[in-house]
Design a protein around this ligand. Structure first.
Ligand code: UDP
Length: 326
């Protein structure tokens, strides 16, 4: 199969590209390297086995002619190109809205033109400020006011979902929508705020771990290769078309407990540094206090269950960080 991955040099995109290459498929990626990096794909770009079936386009998805060509020749499309990370969104609010809304609209329009099945990466952010767990796909969504930039990410991803579903309903375009919860693993950078690469790097350097707020907020973390398996199975399943799926882990942990675990696992001498949200982000910043996915729907549809536990994930991330000198 010919697979097109937008955002293919990003953290999740590069693992997805690698999995399809290892399966024997032909892979096309397009990435503007805004948050992605050629380092993420270097190893398999140089791999003899993949040389004649891995095609890298360093460009924006707003390059119409290139996207027209790439969509035309592909069998299926994974749309992962997006502005990611709370810090990145807060620092680049306009660019983030543009890429997330207009970029997705562009991809859907081309997929509809060529009748190509497309999987859209949405986010657990769309749930907003819920305190209950687990969050399920049919839950109501609760946001803060538009004066708080953070919610523009949720709103833009939600608009992507509406647009994709509208293409499905009005044009019969085969779309699959995935709400990705905190996904972690090698190649993820802490530069855009993500907590595990940041804490692991800080721990390996014996620097204080920067806990935002009081650390009682919770998350679950899913290993990127488990997420990739889920994405590939959904793409192959006709029952997934026109549906929205959570993809995430089930082991809920507070950020404070996570920090302590990372210090223990890495044998670090780091201290814990509790930083008020207003210092870490902006005045009146609102975090999501709790975020745990219900995964019954994806389990029932494609049999997905996360296989890699948090201890293993932390070990793999620490190994990766050590090998590249943090
Ligand atoms: N966080 C933290 N210290 C950091 C980075 C993140 O305490 O150096 C917290 C952040 O406030 C959030 C959680 O860790 O409550 C997960 O953050 P991340 O940016 O990884 O993902 P999010 O769930 O916010 O999308």
């Amino acid at each position: 199969m010919r697979i097109l991955i937008t955002g293919g040099a990003g953290f999740i995109g590069s693992h997805l590209a690698q999995a399809y290459l290892e399966r024997g498929d032909e892979v096309y990626i397009i990435d503007d390297l805004s948050t992605g990096s050629l380092d993420n794909i270097k190893a398999f770009q140089e791999d003899e086995r993949f040389r004649d079936r891995f095609f890298v386009n360093t460009d924006t998805i707003f390059n119409h002619d290139l996207m027209l060509e790439l969509t035309g020749i592909s069998d299926v499309v994974f749309h992962l190109a997006a502005a990611v990370g709370v810090r990145y969104i807060l620092e680049n609010p306009l660019e983030s809205i543009k890429i997330n809304i207009q970029g997705t609209e562009k991809v859907l329009e081309l997929c509809a033109k060529f009748k190509k099945k497309v999987l859209i990466a949405s986010s657990s952010e769309v749930y907003g400020k819920h305190l209950h767990a687990p969050l399920i796909e049919t839950d109501n969504l609760i946001y803060g006011p538009s004066s708080k930039s953070r919610w523009s990410y949720a709103a833009s991803k939600l608009m992507d979902e509406f647009t994709a579903l509208a293409y499905y309903r009005t044009k019969g375009l085969k779309v699959i929508i995935t709400r990705l919860f905190n996904t972690v693993g090698p190649r993820q950078t802490g530069a855009y705020g993500m907590v595990i690469p940041r804490f692991v790097t800080q721990a390996l350097k014996n620097e204080p771990l920067t806990i935002y707020g009081d650390g009682t907020q919770t998350r679950t973390f899913t290993y990127v290769r488990d997420v990739v398996k889920a994405l590939m199975s959904l793409m192959e399943n006709e029952d997934a078309v026109g549906e929205v799926f959570n993809i995430g882990g089930t082991e809920e942990i507070s950020i404070l407990e996570l920090a302590k675990k990372i210090i223990e696992k890495t044998g670090s001498a780091s201290a814990l540094d509790l930083i008020p949200y207003s210092e870490a982000f902006e005045k009146d910043f609102e975090d999501m206090q709790r975020r745990v996915p219900g995964i019954e729907k994806i389990k029932k549809t494609v049999g997905f269950e996360p296989e890699t536990d948090l201890d293993t994930i932390l070990k793999l991330v620490a190994e990766y960080m050590r090998n590249r000198n943090f």
